[in-house]
Design a protein around this ligand. Structure first.
Ligand code: MG
Length: 369
């Protein structure tokens, strides 16, 4: 059976600042998908990570399906209506256009999708990150799909012996989708040279080279300028198929024990360590740290099993302690140097206005030589 997995996620309002959408808001989105989606979806799951609500859907409509995208958009609009009634902070903030036009890509919400022929058993993982951008997945994906130090299957499993191909997008190119496909292992130095720059070159898709099957899809899009606001580098979602010809679940999740520094954190303007957290978790310290949640499922004839929380295990408590220390340490230096993003990357306009204002006060000193 050929199925499509789609994750569409948006921040449509949260409680107490950029913290958590709350139970009632998620319930409203769930009710909408339940009442309007039954004819077009096989199954669905609603979850939240930080202030974002994600709708995970299985269906037979293919990638970029306007009915599926419309369902998610309308569910978020229904949620926004409640968020406004409740006076939630940032109600509807990720719905950047007034009218839906067939595809939510470039309209505010983040989307990750893949279509494939379902295996007899089809385990897959769904990740959602908050207070960061799609480049946050670059390092974990590199380690899981290129590096036998993290993915032992690359040397132990004949099904993975030919490696994987990476579609990588230059998200700063705004005229169209500028994408390169590189093959691991032959091109790993080129892949590393691109993926070290999380702000510009971002993994979009990964495929098995042996079978051509899709392995991973990330909600990567180039920057769009909508109503004067740049979008496209938003809190990202990702779907990964696992086992068989793909890495094992543990080989996909292990790199999240690093807590590597990613862009995001307070006002999307700082660097902080990416912390793996439990499902439906909240945000706290300095509107962060950047977080990622992970859910495991099997899908069978389009129906999901119950969810397993990938980061709900005692080992991850130890990892979270380590990453908390990293977060506290980089925060000790406040705005200085590596703690805050470079001038070109600052999303909020305030510092640009400030720099323009003081520009005229600079003087070129006459040479005293
Ligand atoms: Mg968010």
């Amino acid at each position: 059976m050929k199925i499509t997995l789609s994750v569409i996620k948006a921040d449509i309002g949260s409680i107490g600042g950029h913290i958590k959408p709350g139970r009632r808001l998620k319930e409203r989105v769930r009710e909408y998908v339940q009442s309007k989606g039954t004819k077009i979806v096989h199954d669905y799951v609603i979850s939240s990570t930080g202030d974002d609500i994600a709708i995970l859907l299985s269906h037979s409509g293919g990638v970029g399906n306007s009915e599926i995208h419309g369902l998610a958009w309308n569910a978020f609009e229904a949620g926004t209506e409640l968020a406004r009634e409740m006076g939630l902070y940032g109600a509807g903030q990720d719905l950047l256009k007034d009218a839906f036009s067939g595809n939510v890509r470039g309209m505010g919400p983040a989307v990750a999708e893949m279509e494939f022929e379902e295996r007899p058993n089809e385990p897959f993982l769904f990740f959602a990150a908050d207070k960061t951008d799609p480049g946050a997945y670059n390092l974990p994906l590199y380690l899981s799909f290129c590096d036998p130090m993290y993915c032992s299957g690359l040397i132990l499993s004949p099904k993975m012996s030919e490696g994987f191909s990476f579609d990588i997008m230059d998200v700063s190119y705004t005229e169209g989708d500028r994408v390169i496909t590189l093959d691991a292992p032959e091109d790993i130095y080129d892949i590393a040279a691109l993926l070290r720059d999380n702000q510009r070159y971002v993994v979009e898709k990964i495929r098995s080279r042996k079978t051509g099957e899709i392995a991973a899809a990330v909600s990567t899009t180039r920057l769009h300028n909508i109503a004067g606001k740049y979008t496209g580098k938003d809190d990202p979602v990702m779907i990964c198929r696992v086992q068989g010809g793909f890495p094992a679940t543990g080989e996909i999740v292990e790199p999240y024990s690093i807590g590597h520094f990613v862009a995001g954190f307070m006002r999307g303007s700082h660097n902080g360590p990416l912390m793996p957290v439990r499902q439906n978790g909240t945000i706290s310290y300095f509107d962060g740290p950047p977080v990622v949640s992970g859910a495991g499922f099997c899908v069978h004839q389009g129906k999901f099993t119950e969810m397993v929380d990938l980061f709900d295990h005692p080992l991850w408590d130890h990892v979270r302690d380590k990453i908390s220390r990293k977060a506290l340490e980089i925060r000790e230096q406040g705005f200085s140097g590596a703690a805050m993003l470079g001038y070109d990357e600052l999303e909020y306009g305030g510092i640009v206005d400030r720099m323009n204002k003081i520009e005229s006060r600079f003087k070129i000193r006459e040479s005293s030589e």
